[in-house]
Write a protein of this length. Structure first.
Length: 117
């Protein structure tokens, strides 16, 4: 009976250690650029793309894994850094243009963050 308890405890410790190793190795910390992009995302994008807090009739697309697809949500624009940059600068559909509101460096940080999102 005592051996069973020890065996169960060892199994639990091994499982927790494996889980801890897996979660820490899979979630690399954000780079400085990605941290800046995350802050910009939360300030400028989150309200519409995550929560639709403005009550928009046409809900903007979620931006999770945007670069894992071949095309953006319109189905015809390639999901590339250059195309996303153009959408951020000039807007698209109901999305406003951020030209002049974000610097080139800020747009680059935002795109770096979207690669991790």
């Amino acid at each position: 009976m005592c051996i069973r308890r020890i065996s169960a405890a060892v199994v639990c410790v091994v499982a927790w250690t494996a889980l801890l190793f897996w979660t820490t190795s899979c979630s690399k910390p954000l780079t400085e650029a990605q941290e800046g992009g995350k802050a910009l995302y939360e300030l400028n994008c989150y309200e519409c793309h995550e929560e639709n807090q403005l009550g928009l009739k046409k809900v903007p697309p979620k931006l999770h894994s945007i670069f894992s697809h071949h095309y953006l949500s319109d189905g015809s624009t390639p999901a590339t850094d250059a195309e996303v940059r153009q959408v951020v600068i000039y807007g698209k559909g109901t999305m406003p243009a951020f030209n002049g509101r974000l610097s080139e460096a800020q747009i680059a940080d935002l795109i770096a963050y979207l690669h991790r999102k």
